[in-house]
Every structure is written in structure tokens, then in C-alpha cells.
Write a protein that binds this ligand. Structure first.
Ligand code: FES
Length: 168
């Protein structure tokens, strides 16, 4: 008789425990829904230095995986992220600068890009010309920061290849 009662008490306790666990789970879910989904990703807009810190020609920024080109007062930036599987492409200086018409605008090409992973090749405007890369390298938007005049790149804002930032 006592054994039977103990068993009943045990099963009753088990039922209450399961209920508490279920309610606890719902409460956690309800509380979680009150917390906004905040993304803690790194900002995509980055200051990369004063225009005077960029020599005429090309400067590679390893942290941003970015090539910044300067021709006098005119700047543009090309991503170093290979469009195949994301390796960092290497720049190779051309023996002699060439001019190419890109999206209706002349562009002086001083380099071309090679991907060490699977051999993709890109022209100096980022156009893919060989290997498995499915599309050209991205160009990114540049502007001047209002507070200190540094160049600012927006790594989430690809632009057309006729984009240029001309500084006064
Ligand atoms: S990651 Fe560049 S060719 Fe594959």
C-alpha cells in the first residue's frame, strides 16, 4: 500500500516538474521576444586616413582588404576580396600604365589582380578575365568625413566602376 502511494506521489511530482519546465521554457521565449535583435557586426563605414596619406598610384589596406587608387585629386577604391571564394587578391604592377574606358570613363590602369587560391585574374578596373571568379571585384563608395576630412569607405556600399571621389 505504501509502495503504491509512494509511486503515485513520485508520478505526481514528475508531472509537476514537467509543467514547471514547460512554463519556464515559455517564459524564457516570452522574455527573449522583448529584447530587440541587435546586430553587433563591425561597422561597414571606416575612416582610412587623410587624402594626403595616399600616394599617387595605389595603396593596399590589409585591414579593410582594399586597394585605394589616387590620381592627383581623384580617388577610387577596389575590394581585394576575390569574388570566387573570398581569398585576398594580390596586386601586380603593370610594366606600363594603360588607359581603359570603363563605363564610359577613361581609367588609368597601373595594376592587375591575381588570386593565389584558384588562379582568378582581374584587370586593373576589377574586371574578371580568367579563372573561376564569377564577377568583377567590387568598387566601394568613398567620401570625406565632415569632422576631420579623412577618407571614409563604406564596405557595404558597392558602386559602379565609373565612381570617382574628387577632392578640392
Ligand atoms: S578564391 Fe579566388 S580564385 Fe578561388
Amino acid at each position: 500500500m505504501t509502495e503504491r502511494k509512494d509511486r503515485r506521489e513520485f508520478l505526481k511530482g514528475l508531472g509537476i516538474g514537467a509543467g514547471v519546465v514547460a512554463l519556464g521554457g515559455q517564459s524564457v521565449a516570452a522574455l527573449r521576444s522583448l529584447v530587440p535583435n541587435v546586430s553587433y557586426d563591425a561597422p561597414t563605414t571606416v575612416k582610412i586616413g587623410a587624402p594626403g596619406e595616399f600616394p599617387d598610384g595605389m595603396k593596399f589596406l590589409p585591414e579593410q582588404r582594399l586597394f585605394v587608387f589616387r590620381e592627383g585629386k581623384v580617388f577610387h577604391a577596389i575590394s581585394a576580396v576575390c569574388t570566387h571564394l573570398g581569398c585576398t587578391v594580390r596586386a601586380e604592377a603593370l610594366p606600363r600604365a594603360e588607359t581603359k574606358t570603363v563605363e564610359g570613363q577613361p581609367l588609368k590602369l597601373t595594376h592587375r589582380f591575381l588570386c593565389p587560391c584558384h588562379g582568378s585574374r582581374y584587370e586593373g578596373d576589377g574586371q574578371n578575365v580568367a579563372g573561376p571568379a564569377p564577377r568583377p571585384l567590387d568598387w566601394y563608395h568613398l567620401e570625406l568625413a565632415l569632422d576631420d576630412g579623412q577618407l571614409v569607405v563604406d564596405l557595404a556600399k558597392p558602386v559602379d566602376r565609373d565612381f570617382r571621389l574628387t577632392i578640392a
